[in-house]
Ligand binder design. Structure first.
Ligand code: B1M
Length: 233
């Protein structure tokens, strides 16, 4: 693939061609090409959000399908993830640059046993862009780490991410521990990750399931506003 790509001048492609080429480049884990593609789309007045969703997230969806079907393996997917992160690194300050007033605070992390962080990072970036202060706990978080962080930061929202069917039940461990300590009602709890759904979120006692980062922002805004209204009533 590298030889073929050497002949392609990204800046000479139309927007549609470039987006398709970026899907290919993400698939091939070509970080520099992804970074170049992101910069070209931005220079063509694309919004950071459109670059993120149409070029990067859509490309990662293709990677995900081939990973599932055994066409791609962990090393290739790691390269793709690394390329995606290169693109996200450029977009992060732009997404945060909305000048929105502080909406509230969020602590977010991927649960114990799980090292997937791309989706969680995206949620963090979008929340910051919407005016939330975000503390990112990273991956593989035990209940103790979540507790330590929320006790220190007193956020409005606790966000948890899980990408594996084997790690998603750990979200209930965290929520049950908060209940045992009488702290559950102090926080809005949002959960997300590809294997989750509304039903699971209800069953474990979270406040809401967020299908994607945009839904996380909208849900966070709505629930924080409701909480503030209740406190002021
Ligand atoms: Co993994 N992996 N992986 N993987 N991986 C999946 C999740 C899988 C579905 C692939 C597949 O088989 N199709 C599968 C899980 C199957 C299952 O559980 N039923 C899987 C597997 C099996 C594994 C390993 C076990 C593979 C192995 O070692 N044999 C291993 C597990 C390691 C571990 O965690 N202990 C593993 C490893 C890896 C890599 C390290 C190679 C890499 C992760 C790199 C990284 O994250 N830094 C990786 C990747 C990249 C994937 C796929 C391909 C892509 C995930 C991703 O980044 N998506 C994934 C396939 C898939 O999901 N289709 C897969 C893009 C991202 C933007 O979407 O994360 O869904 P997503 O986030 C979205 C929403 O879900 C939501 O908003 C985000 C943005 O819109 N959201 C939230 C997410 N978190 C949220 C939190 C919120 C709100 C919304 O809080 C409020």
């Amino acid at each position: 693939m590298a030889d073929e790509n050497d002949d392609i001048i990204l800046s000479e492609l139309s927007d549609d061609e470039l987006v398709l080429q970026m899907h290919d480049d993400l698939y091939d884990g070509l970080k520099e090409e992804i970074e170049e593609g992101v910069n070209i789309l931005l220079s063509r007045k694309w919004t950071p959000y459109d670059v993120l969703t149409k070029a990067l997230v859509a490309g990662m969806t293709i990677v995900g399908a081939d990973f599932r079907d055994g066409i791609l393996f962990v090393p290739e997917v790691l390269l793709a993830a690394n390329a995606m992160k290169g693109g996200m690194f450029i977009l992060k300050p732009l997404l945060a640059e909305t000048g929105a007033p502080r909406m509230g605070k969020m602590v977010i992390g991927t649960v114990k046993g799980d090292i997937h962080d791309i989706g969680k990072n995206l949620v963090g970036m979008m929340m910051e862009g919407a005016g939330f202060e975000v503390r990112d706990l990273g991956i593989n978080n035990s209940v103790e780490k979540y507790l330590e962080a929320i006790e220190a930061d007193q956020p409005d929202i606790l966000g948890m991410s899980a990408l594996l069917t084997t790690t998603m039940p750990y979200m209930k461990v965290v929520i049950d521990t908060l209940k045992e300590k009488g702290m559950r009602e102090d926080y809005i709890i949002l959960v997300g990750g590809a294997p989750l759904n509304e039903e699971f979120s209800r069953a474990i006692g979270a406040d809401a399931y967020c299908r994607d980062a945009a839904v996380a922002v909208e849900t966070a805004k709505a629930l924080v506003a409701r909480k503030h209204n209740q406190l002021n009533a």
